[in-house]
Design a protein around this ligand. Structure first.
Ligand code: AMP
Ligand code: MG
Length: 319
């Protein structure tokens, strides 16, 4: 890719990354309406297209190499645009290489296990990009804001002692480190929406018939907990942005900008992995050449023996 496009992507991503160890206060540190000054909406569309194309190319190599996997963690308040972001950013990627899972209220079976169990069941395989639409972070967000959800988890008394949230942050960090050590890169994205923009988007969902299905009256009751959520998000970012799996805060008031930013973070991650197509070893090459020779021998009269051969194929075993 063009050098300057790579530089622009890096420039876009850098200010969104939460420095590990820094103390985050969302309201003070991150503007939901931010859009990089140099980027106009019109050029933005070209940028997104570039990311979409690059993602498709990298994903193909990721799958071929079959060594690394990517887990994308998407967290946000309601109406921040998680679904639309996935749809747009992943639009060019081979569906076989991507698995998306949306986490809902846990089932009785899920509640009967440790809190990370259900997330572990849905991890991507090597060569895949897995997307968590909501994730294990709900365990320190919605569960923190609504204490009755924690009660349903049937934890033993010892697990309720002390600062349960600090302990969960540590457990999540440890789990993620284990995954990274085993070849799974984790891209954590928090779509940061303003309270006013959420109000607008809810109204739109109510007023436009084809958007009604997206609205639930529970969304408005959740909105009443806005400040508690802001605090829970701030603490989550403070304690779980790590060197091995940093958070990115994506300004989400402008959908077009959020999509570009998410695309840029993902492309940067894949550039970093730099997956390569496997190189065929000499023995396999010999087998390929024998197969080619057999296919060439079958060429009907007048047809090129091998229209793809650029130069005479080397005999098997020749250097
Ligand atoms: P949606 O993503 O809008 O379809 O809604 C999914 C719902 O599931 C949201 O209200 C979440 O708060 C809820 N949810 C997701 N994960 C959990 C969890 N671990 N515990 C309790 N509720 C959850
Ligand atoms: Mg919802």
């Amino acid at each position: 890719m063009a050098e300057d496009a790579a530089k622009q992507l890096a420039e876009l991503v850098e200010p969104l990354r939460v420095t590990p160890g820094s103390k985050v206060s969302l309201a003070r540190d991150y503007d939901p309406a931010f859009k990089a000054g140099w980027l106009k909406k019109k050029e933005g569309e070209e940028h997104l297209q570039l990311s979409v194309d690059l993602l498709a190319q990298y994903q193909d190599r990721l799958a071929a190499q079959d060594t690394y996997g990517v887990l994308v963690v998407l967290q946000a308040l309601d109406a921040a645009g998680k679904d639309g972001t996935i749809r747009h950013v992943m639009s060019g990627v081979n569906p076989q290489g991507v698995v998306v899972h949306s986490f809902k209220v846990p089932s009785a079976e899920e509640l009967d296990h440790d809190f990370l169990w259900r997330y572990a069941q849905r991890l991507p395989a090597r060569g895949q990009i897995g997307i968590f639409n909501r994730s294990h972070y709900e365990e320190v967000l919605v569960v923190r804001v609504h204490p009755h959800l924690l009660e349903r988890q049937q934890l033993p008394p010892a697990a309720m002692h002390g600062d349960i949230w600090k302990r969960r942050y540590r457990e999540i960090n440890d789990w993620e480190r284990y995954l990274v050590d085993n070849g799974f890169r984790i891209v954590k994205l928090f779509l940061n929406l303003s309270r006013e923009e959420q109000r607008m988007r809810f109204l739109k969902r109510i007023d436009l018939a084809e958007k009604n299905w997206k609205f639930s009256s529970a969304d408005v009751t959740e909105r009443a907990h806005w400040d508690q959520y802001q605090k829970a998000f701030s603490e989550m970012l403070t304690h779980t942005s790590t060197e091995w799996a940093p958070w990115h805060v994506i300004p989400a008031d402008h959908k077009w900008f959020a999509r570009i930013a998410v695309g840029a973070v993902l492309v940067r991650t894949l550039m970093d992995i730099d997956p390569r197509y496997p190189v065929v070893d000499p023995q396999e090459r010999q087998a390929l050449q024998q197969a080619a020779a057999a296919l060439e021998a079958e060429a009907p009269d007048g047809a090129a023996a091998d229209p793809f051969a650029e130069r005479p194929r080397r005999a098997a075993g020749e250097a």
